[in-house]
Design a protein around this ligand. Sequence first.
Ligand code: FES
Length: 75
Amino acid sequence: MTHLLNAGLPVASSCRGDGVCAKCRLHVLPLEENATSPIEALEKRLLAKTKAEADERISCQTKVLGLIEVDADYW
Ligand code: FES
């Protein structure tokens, strides 16, 4: 989420990255192995609660560790 905001891309949020709203959900395509941090318990709960698609991550809870592509339904 921080990388995208710093790049000038809009990321939906009403909790400002506190891991509450799940509005920052984005489609993430890793382009290399271990390109993102593992899904932790909080993110897992948010993904389940919002019935997220298999390729979606909660961007404020995801660390970028390698090359990825991201997309949002609202971009
Ligand atoms: S910004 Fe609210 S959960 Fe990510």
